[in-house]
Design a protein around this ligand. Structure first.
Ligand SMILES: *Cc1c(COP(=O)(O)O)cnc(C)c1O
Length: 401
């Protein structure tokens, strides 16, 4: 056995993936995807689409390779993509950005989040406030940065935070308030009151707001409200998004950070030593995507809303209590009406009982807080309509425990 230094343990423990004997355990996503593969169950676990993105965007990447866009991009990104991101922020949110100073291209939202946290965290006394459940990389990155994670619970069935709990979580030790809206894994879209309170608290305690808006074009009753557009928010907000979810191109790993020039430059200072840059030919292609007409973006949201409705019908027919997502790829259900007491065990049985795979919500919650989510399961609706229709049929015909 090798004697390994502590950083990987910090990340694994932060993500709740460290076994008591100090070994790391596989993520529930890997485990459930393997179960789907071995049983032939439909995989509504992991959130990736099973259809390719828009043809003009795919064609632009092929064309970029043919044109010889195959060497390192500039550290901040190709000027044309920086401009396309700035144009997108102006078109959808009315936000004015200097593309050369206030935009940075990253290797997906994941690298943007990691570099942002590593750039902003100053000491082990710093705290990062996040809503829980949360995307799995948050806890690991906060742990790697050395800061303390301060979770604020989102509760079934609407998954909005309690404003008093939020207010008491934010203190002068809070360096970052990290807000994922629309929200993975719950599918919630935060109310205007919640977003206003985040901005008010950030001002009062001099914290920086970091947003994860990868589902910005998947709000079912739009438009999406970007926190940076709220009064007095832009000066202390770093907004993160990515091409993956909007364009069904999760494998391209192209994202961006926008915000005040000094903060963006701080993120660049870290990012350049993580990856330097991502894949060059994807950048001109994403610029094409970001400039697609309004109709494309409207269809992204309406198609996902229809898919979520189709999945919801099957889930209700199966006997689950079903929450109503406001956006994102995901729908959360309560399996308690079906006799479940432990969603983890329930999800392990589900392939045999229904031929479908879901993910227990506890996978997105720190071990100490899992009890209140014990019977909740997340399903992904970002699959082809025929796959969702088949899943709905299978769920409706689910065999009893
Ligand atoms: C998918 C996802 C990401 C990762 O985005 P990439 O661009 O693939 O790195 C980040 N945050 C949330 C909430 C996600 O669902």
């Amino acid at each position: 056995m090798h004697q390994l230094p502590g950083a990987w343990q910090r990340a694994a423990r932060g993500a709740g993936l460290l076994a008591p004997d100090g070994t790391s355990v596989p993520t529930i996503f890997a485990e459930m995807s393997a179960l789907a593969a071995s049983t032939g169950a439909l995989n509504l676990g992991q959130g990736f689409p099973d259809e390719d993105g828009p043809e003009p965007v795919l064609e632009a990447a092929r064309d970029a390779i043919a044109r010889g866009v195959n060497q390192y991009a500039p550290g901040r990104g190709f000027p044309d993509l920086l401009s396309a991101v700035a144009e997108h922020q102006k078109r959808f949110y009315g936000i004015e950005l200097d593309p050369q100073r206030e935009v940075l291209i990253t290797v997906g939202a994941t690298e943007a989040l990691a570099a942002t946290l590593l750039a902003l965290i100053d000491s082990p006394d710093d705290e990062v406030v996040v809503f829980e459940p949360h995307y799995d990389s948050y806890a690991a990155c906060v742990a790697l940065s050395g800061a303390k994670l301060v979770p604020v619970p989102l509760r079934w069935p609407d998954f909005q935070p309690d404003l008093e709990q939020l207010a008491s979580a934010v203190t002068d030790r809070t360096r970052v308030i990290l807000v994922n809206d629309p929200h993975n894994p719950t599918g919630s879209v935060f109310s205007r009151e919640v977003l206003d309170e985040v901005v008010r608290l950030a001002h009062r305690h001099d914290a920086i707001i970091v947003t994860d808006e990868v589902y910005e074009h998947l709000v079912f009753d739009g438009p999406h409200v970007a926190i940076a557009t709220l009064p007095d928010a832009a000066e202390r907000t770093l907004s993160i998004s990515s091409a993956g979810k909007t364009f069904s191109l999760t494998g391209w790993k192209t994202g961006w950070v926008t915000g005040p020039a000094d903060l963006v430059t701080a993120v660049l200072a870290v990012k350049q030593f993580l990856t330097y840059v991502g894949g060059s030919p994807f950048q001109p292609a994403i610029a094409v995507g970001l400039r697609l007409p309004e109709a494309f973006f409207a269809s992204v949201a309406s198609e996902m809303a229809a898919k979520a409705a189709l999945l919801g019908t099957g889930l209700r027919a199966a006997g689950f209590d079903v929450s109503s997502p406001g956006g994102s790829y995901f729908t959360v259900v309560d399996a308690a009406p079906l006799g479940a007491t432990d969603a983890d065990a329930f999800c392990r049985e589900l392939p045999a009982r229904a031929g479908v795979v879901g993910i227990p919500l506890t996978a997105f919650v720190s071990p100490a807080h899992r009890a209140q989510y014990a019977t909740l399961v997340r399903f992904a609706a970002c699959k082809r309509v025929d796959v969702l229709a088949e899943a709905a049929q299978r769920l409706a015909a689910m065999t009893p425990a």
